[in-house]
Design a protein around this ligand. Structure first.
Ligand code: PMP
Length: 307
């Protein structure tokens, strides 16, 4: 992964990347007290555009509010414009965009009172989130031995940096076991989500996805539900169990980085025919067309970065 870029937006202005640094005694570095977003800019016929930018920035501010960062000195509009400027001024056509709002200074206590927030927005060209083979054939996944957060322990609706220790535990274990991704169960044992993606199962042509109670309300999830319903599929948000996953015709995960990725094997059991299924393929293609501006009905999901 190449993280190079020319500029990072820091607290309201673009600065050269080498100047976008934080001191060692930054509270967020010690306690995970930061909230962030992950967005993607796609190349469209009208130049690069950030997919669902407004909703991502609304979720960033929601994450901040949930965690308890109050009275922030930036507006959503400023962060939206800053995100577009980062893509534009770095000259990227397709890239990943990362706003991060963090406990920058004030004190090193476990208390947000008196903390001074900082906000940076970086972008990098994130190519090949998975190998081309995994993209077309599907991933091999395991159900993690680690449980997803209880929502009254870590606030699963907030993209809090500290929450991601849980995902890192699961993803690292999964990689060491030789899998591509881990799926996580919630504290009651029901299926929750992937380490950085939401999950769907397809059975007899109907799409099932866990309800929103314990998972992040993914914007790709929301886009996939809209696209699937527009294509005539029935989509049900309901509780899913681990064994229901084993007997699904198709499984896929979706998220900003992953887009729509089939799961061909779970816990050594082939899913469906053991390759990415037709519904997943259709939705993955429709999602990409929407994200790259080739579907006029979803044009308002794109925010163009040109001035
Ligand atoms: N769940 C988790 C835990 C995530 O980190 C992400 C990535 N943001 C998602 C789901 C998918 O969300 P989105 O589609 O908005 O990227």
């Amino acid at each position: 992964m190449n993280l190079d870029s020319k500029f990072v937006w820091m607290n309201g202005a673009l600065v050269p990347q080498e100047k976008a640094v934080v001191p060692f005694l930054t509270p967020a570095l010690h306690y995970g007290t930061a909230v962030f977003e992950g967005m993607r800019a796609y190349n469209t016929s009208k130049g690069s555009a950030i997919f669902r930018l407004k909703e991502h920035i609304t979720r960033l501010f929601a994450s901040a509010r949930i965690f308890g960062f109050l009275a922030l000195p930036w507006t959503e509009e400023e962060v939206i414009e800053g995100s577009k400027a980062v893509v534009r001024e770095n000259g990227f056509t397709e890239c990943y965009v990362r706003p991060l709002l963090f406990a920058a200074s004030g004190h090193m206590g476990l208390n947000l009172l008196g903390i001074v927030p900082g906000l940076g927005i970086a972008a990098w060209e994130w190519k090949g989130f998975v190998s081309p083979e995994a993209e077309t054939a599907g991933l091999r996944a395991n159900v993690s031995s680690f449980t997803r957060h209880h929502p009254n322990v870590m606030m699963t609706k907030s993209k809090l940096a500290g929450n991601y220790g849980n995902s890192v535990l699961a993803r690292t274990e999964s990689a060491r076991l030789g899998f591509d991704e881990a799926l996580m169960l919630d504290p009651t044992g029901l299926v929750a989500e992937g380490t950085g993606e939401n999950l769907f199962a397809v059975r007899k042509g109907v799409l099932y996805t866990p309800h929103r109670a314990t998972v992040l309300e993914g914007l790709t999830r929301d886009s996939v539900i809209t696209i699937a319903r527009d294509l005539g599929y029935e989509v049900r948000e309901e509780a899913l169990t681990r064994d229901q996953l084993y007997v699904a015709d198709e499984l896929f995960v979706c998220g900003t980085a992953a887009e729509v990725l089939g799961i061909r094997e779970l816990d050594f059991r082939p899913i469906g025919t053991g390759v990415r299924g037709p519904v997943t393929t259709r939705l993955a293609e429709a999602f990409r067309r929407a994200a790259t501006g080739q579907e006029p009905r979803y044009a308002d999901w794109l925010d163009h970065c040109n001035k």
